[in-house]
Design a binder for this molecule. Structure first.
Ligand code: ZN
Length: 175
């Protein structure tokens, strides 16, 4: 589900019906946490994570000549389709995170974008002190740390700030 062009028609049909299927919706929301941390409005994915930190959601399987093939989608794209419909998602080449939290499922944090725009934003925000993009654990490491914290009941606030480099941590003292 990296883009409409990469989906086979059968996979697209499967996802389209999954978006309308209440049982699949429940399965999806069971993997989305809504932590109560002041100032933090992200909804991290606590299911399977891509190495780069995006959530992966198993939708089902399609039959092919070589047998059934699993269809996994990027979780926040599925969440966007739940909020806005599959047709809207089909028209969106890239779904960027305004919050820069790769596993975030909050539809309010997802902005339709293009590859070029997304790259430009990334370069710009990469230099903002305290940005999740500067996390020393990398996007995948950060998403896995957040998931582990939510699963184990650790203090999320300290896990969120644990990836700050020396420069970011000392930023407030400089002024
Ligand atoms: Zn977010």
């Amino acid at each position: 589900m990296s883009g409409p062009a990469s989906l086979s028609p059968a996979a697209h049909r499967l996802i389209t019906s999954a978006v309308r299927d209440e049982r699949v919706q429940q399965r999806y929301w069971a993997k989305v946490a809504k932590p109560q941390v002041p100032g933090y409005t992200c909804w991290p994915y606590i299911g399977s994570l891509h190495p780069k930190g995006h959530g992966r959601f198993w939708v089902g399987n399609v039959r092919t000549r070589r047998g059934p093939v699993d269809v996994c989608v990027i979780a926040h794209r599925f969440g966007f389709a739940l909020a806005h419909g599959m047709e809207t998602l089909d028209a969106v080449p890239v779904l960027a995170h305004a919050c820069d939290e790769p596993s975030c499922q909050n539809p309010a944090h997802l902005i339709p974008s293009t590859w070029g725009e997304n790259l430009e934003q990334w370069h710009r925000r990469r230099w903002s002190p305290g940005s999740p993009l500067r996390d020393t654990r990398g996007p995948g490491g950060r998403a896995r740390a957040i998931r582990a914290a939510l699963q184990n009941g650790e203090d999320l606030q300290s896990v969120l700030s644990a990836g700050r480099g020396v420069l970011d941590t000392n930023q407030l003292d400089l002024f």
